[in-house]
Design a binder for this molecule. Structure first.
Ligand code: F3S
Length: 400
């Protein structure tokens, strides 16, 4: 018996949103308790944000997968919900709290509970592909596709780089959207809410992780429009992740690069110039004289080209005594690049299904070095790490 009870529709004033006959039936419980509860939550969110209706989604990406962040209450909720609901659209998971196939720094108790949590999601029909880069492993939405994704860097990539449309969902709202196959029509699903608020003119070549760290912190939830650089897709992944971490940027545009950049005028917007010295301030903030005891690379999960680049840089080198090395990527990328992974594993471990932030890194380490702006922002808060930021070359010099 689930602890979840469906409340009467009128209680929440759902009459403010247009519902189809089919949706009304779901809300009234004709399709079962799970879909009714999912519908109730989606309509409550829709009411808060002024949505006019529900719209179909192509896919969901669900956060709330790590036992470290979910705890026993979260595990219980997902297990109970799995008894009464199944997903109706393609749905994938965010990173879990551990590599699902190999033991690393987590305890046996943690592994047991994490497995139960993942199995509950599997029971609902969700693909157990635990990654923050679903768009690199078979779930790549197209322009104007509506989604319910929850991992902030994946949300940023989907909206900005692919031109798909998703709000920054919480784990529960993405799950409920997957169960109904729809999401409330508000926020970034509407074109008028995707226009830029401020222009950043980037005058010098600066690392994308630090640029994102700086702009996210300044712009908070405004929508930035960048001019002055031509980033690769991996650069955009890095930039968006950092802005989503230090701010709550869910979409940005880059002139001549991202698909919606030319749809909006920037004529009357505030313009801010960014130079090397602005980014240098962040670099100094993240510098420390303490030696790292672990190097963590792969936030967001590394793409194929990033894994190949890393292995190329390590080829022919010998490992010296230094910090441990953990590299995080999706399982599919790891499996497809066996040779490159083996090269990297001469120096450390390549881990899938999880990441440095949502796994219990703090069980074994105190000081982590990273080249990711997002990891630099989250590791102190979520993994109790003192953090050192350095570029990839500097990180590798610590171990070869
Ligand atoms: Fe991905 Fe974990 Fe970073 S979920 S974006 S590697 S914090």
């Amino acid at each position: 018996m689930s602890p979840v009870q469906v409340r009467p529709a009128a209680f929440l004033g759902f009459d403010l949103m247009y519902l189809t006959k089919e949706e009304e039936k779901i809300l009234e419980g004709e399709k079962g308790e799970g879909p009714a509860k999912a519908m109730e939550l989606l309509l409550a969110i829709g009411k808060i944000y002024g949505a006019d209706k529900l719209i179909p989604i192509k896919s969901a990406q669900i956060a709330g997968v790590s036992y470290k962040t979910m705890g026993d209450a979260g595990l219980q909720f997902v297990q109970d919900f799995a008894e009464i609901a199944n997903v109706k659209v393609k749905a994938m998971l965010n990173p879990a709290g551990m590599d699902l196939t190999e033991k690393n720094y987590e305890t046996d108790d943690f592994r047991g509970k994490q497995s139960r949590l993942v199995n509950a999601y599997r029971q609902m029909g969700i693909e157990v592909t635990c990654t923050c880069t679903p768009y690199l492993v078979g779930n790549r939405p197209g322009l104007d596709d509506h989604l319910a994704w929850s991992e902030s860097s994946a949300v940023s990539f989907a909206n900005s780089v692919l031109g798909a449309r998703t709000n920054r969902e919480g784990g529960p709202s993405a799950l409920m959207a997957a169960v109904i196959g729809k999401t409330p029509n508000y926020g970034l699903h509407l074109k008028e809410n995707r226009k830029p608020d401020v222009v950043y003119e980037v005058k010098d070549e600066v690392p994308y992780s630090l640029l994102g760290y700086l702009v996210g912190r300044e712009t908070r939830d405004d929508i930035p429009y960048f001019k002055g650089f031509k980033p690769s897709e991996d650069d955009l992944k890095t930039l968006g992740a950092a802005m989503a971490a230090t701010g709550s940027v869910a979409i940005y545009h880059v002139e001549g690069v991202t698909p919606e950049a030319e749809d909006f005028s920037t004529k009357n917007l505030e313009k801010i110039e960014i130079e090397e010295e602005d980014v240098d301030g962040i670099r100094k903030e993240l510098r420390t004289e303490v030696r790292p005891d672990v190097i963590v690379i792969g936030c967001p999960h590394l793409s194929k080209s990033e894994i190949k680049e890393l292995s190329e840089r390590l080829k022919g080198k010998e490992k010296k005594n230094g910090p441990d090395l953990y590299v995080y990527t999706s399982r599919r990328v790891k499996e497809e690049l066996g040779e490159a992974v083996a090269e990297i594993e001469r120096f450390g471990k390549v881990i899938s299904d999880t990441c440095m932030v949502v796994s219990p890194l703090e069980e074994r380490y105190d000081v982590a070095a990273t080249n990711s702006g997002k990891a630099a922002a989250y590791l102190p808060k979520l993994a109790e790490q003192k953090v050192i930021y350095a570029d990839l070359e500097t990180l590798l010099e610590m171990i070869v």
